[in-house]
Structures are given as C-alpha cells and as structure tokens.
Design a protein around this ligand. Structure first.
Ligand code: UFG
Length: 337
C-alpha cells in the first residue's frame, strides 16, 4: 500500500517512514528540506535496505503536489507531518506559520479529494490543550486559547479536519496529539537535526554534553512540582512512529474522525531527565538554573488509555533508551553553529 508522507525526512517523519517499510507499506516521501536534510533519505534506505521514493517539493503548492498524485495513482493514504514547529519563531513570524501550516494542510486535502484518497493521519500536538486543568490530560479536555501561533495552527488544522469530515463522509481522519518526542533511531543513523541553537530540551542536553554549548539552562526551578522543574511526557520517537501505523489501520464504522493522545502516560521532570541522562551516559555537563521560559506549562502528561484501548498502542521504549539513543545520534553529528 502506497502512503504519501509529507515531511517524511523530518524527525518524526523519517522514523515513521522506517516503520512503514518494516510493516510492508510503500512510503513516498515529500519534503522541502526546510528543516531536514536530503542525507536522511539515504539513511532511511540504509536502515531499511529499500529504495525509497522521494520528491523535493513544497506541499502547499498545487503544482508541486499534483504531479505526485498523478504519478502514483496507487496512493491510499497520507500522513501529514510537514509543518513549521518552532514555538519562538511562530511568535516572531506568525504570518509564515499560519500560511505554511494551514495552506499545506488544505492543499494536501484538496489533492486527496481530487484523486480519491481518503485515509489521512494528522500530526497534532498536546499544545492544543494549553495549560490543562486536569492531568493526566485526556482527549476530552477542552481546547484552550492557544499560547502561541504554532499552537494555534494546530488547533485550526484540527478544526478544519473536523469540518471536512463532517461534510465529506468518505474521508477518514486520525488526529494524533503528540506529547514530547525524544530519542533517535536505535541504529544511530537518523534522529533530530535542529538548525542552529536547539529550542527543545533533549537536543540542548546532548549538545551541551558534547561540548557544543557551554551549559544547559533549566528554565525555572520554582514551579509547584516535586523538584521545582516542569513536568513533561517524553516518548521515544520510535514508539511515536509506530502509532502512525496503528492510526493508518484504524477503522471505526461509527465515526470518520478520531483523536488520540500519543504519550506514555507518565510525567517526568526536566531535572529527572537530566539526572537520567547523566546516569545512562556517564557524561556530566554544566547545568544552570534560570528564569521561567514565557509560555511554558508547569506540568502536562497524557492519559494514554484511549490509544491503548482502541489502537492497541502503548510506549514500549524506556526513557533511558530514548536518552541513550539521542546521545548515540548526537555523537554522529558535526557542529554547524
Ligand atoms: N527546557 C529547559 N531548557 C532548555 C530547553 C527546554 O529547561 O534549554 C525545559 C522547558 O522549559 C520545558 C521542558 O524543558 O519545561 C521541555 O521543553 P521543550 O522545548 O523540549 O518542549 P515543550 O514541552 O516546550 O514543547 C514541546 C514541543 C512543542 C509542542 C509542545 C506541547 O517542542 O512543539 O511540546 O506542549 F508544542
């Protein structure tokens, strides 16, 4: 079965492409390499031992996307990762975020309709919950006012998909709300490629441990959590990738749209993640404690029960493995900035 994977050379996309091949699917990558690299496609081929079709295109442009549907009439589903994802940049350049993230979604959906493709898996985020009143947060929790334009694009995208599913009963959509993906492929061949100084915690930890950064700054040690640092639900990217396969196979005769949290169901503090990293790798590095980062939520982790009950999906990798794999991956990288 041919599956179009937009953003298939990105962090989560590349791991999903590997899992798709392992499960017997035929993924087709489309990526504009704005936040990824062509070399990743070669690495995916190395891991899977298979030639992977890929197109360097911008999927918010009809004339880029349409030829791919024309050339591949056997496409039966789309997994849509392609989107900008840097929270800070979305605040400074909101127009870019709204345009890219929404136009790519609607363009892909239009092409799907035109070429009779109905299966769609969408990359959403727990950011749609804002600061939840109850944790673990489940899928019925209210969608709060977005904390930044990036989060807003995810909320808007979900709304568009709800609307499309209401008026097009043939469409089958699964929305996956990811918690905090970390780690890298166990082969050490693919992983996260942050451009410049990373925003996210784990790439910052690995780059500091590698000596690329002077010290890690923990943003806030005065939260009302056990150790004063924020709590997140970190999941291994390989587990997250596997959830997309379950989502592709999901069928519910009662409803053509379903939303799933994709998290471990367990919260870990930023401090405990640092401690586990040091313990696992034996690499110590300088840590400073700074101000809270504006917009950070004190604590969030998933109720992962729906994904377990309906998709039969749960995390299998440990946090220790995820951090070890992130470190293995880091050691293959060369410093750019
Ligand atoms: N943190 C630090 N120092 C750093 C980087 C991060 O202390 O250098 C802390 C943050 O303050 C936060 C935690 O580590 O408490 C996790 O931060 P990340 O930036 O790694 O992840 P976030 O939880 O902020 O964001 C992630 C995704 C977003 C998504 C969001 C949903 O990166 O795309 O989860 O909550 F929107």
């Amino acid at each position: 079965m041919k599956i179009l994977v937009t953003g298939g050379a990105g962090f989560i996309g590349s791991h999903t492409v590997v899992e798709l091949v392992h499960a017997g699917f035929e993924p087709i990558i489309v990526d504009n390499f704005s936040n990824s690299d062509l070399s990743i496609v070669g690495k995916i081929q190395e891991i899977t031992g298979r030639k992977i079709s890929f197109y360097q295109i911008d999927c918010k442009l009809d004339d880029h996307l349409e030829p791919i549907f024309l050339e591949n009439p056997e496409i039966e589903g789309v997994i849509h990762f392609a989107a900008y994802k840097a929270v800070g940049e979305s605040v400074s350049e909101p127009e870019k975020y709204y345009h890219n993230n929404i136009a790519s979604l609607t363009c892909v959906c239009r092409m799907m309709k035109k070429y009779g493709v109905n299966k769609f898996v969408f990359s959403s985020s727990c950011t749609v919950y804002g600061n939840p009143e109850v944790i673990p947060v489940n899928e019925k929790a209210p969608i709060k006012e977005a904390l930044n334009p990036y989060a807003h694009t995810k909320q808007l995208a979900e709304e568009i998909l709800f609307g499309l599913c209401q008026y097009n009963q043939d469409l089958e959509v699964v929305i996956l709300r990811y918690f905090n993906p970390i780690g890298a492929h166990e082969s050490g061949l693919i992983g996260e490629l942050p451009i410049g100084v990373p925003n996210n915690l784990v790439p910052y930890i690995t780059q500091t441990a590698a000596g690329w950064r002077d010290s890690l700054v923990v943003f806030g040690k005065d939260y009302s959590t056990a150790d004063g640092t924020c709590i997140r639900d970190f999941i291994h990217v390989e587990d997250l990738a596997k959830a997309h396969l379950k989502a592709l196979m999901w069928k519910n005769p009662e409803s053509n749209l379903e939303v799933f949290n994709i998290g471990s169901g367990v919260g870990h503090s930023v401090q405990s993640l640092i401690d586990i990293f040091i313990n696992e790798t034996g690499i110590d590095f300088p840590v400073k404690y700074g101000e809270r980062r504006p917009g950070d939520i004190p604590a969030i982790f998933a109720s992962a029960e729906k994904a377990l009950g309906l998709l039969n999906w749960k995390t299998e990798r440990t946090l220790e493995e995820a951090l070890r794999h992130a470190w293995n991956w880091q050691q293959t990288l060369e410093k750019t900035e």
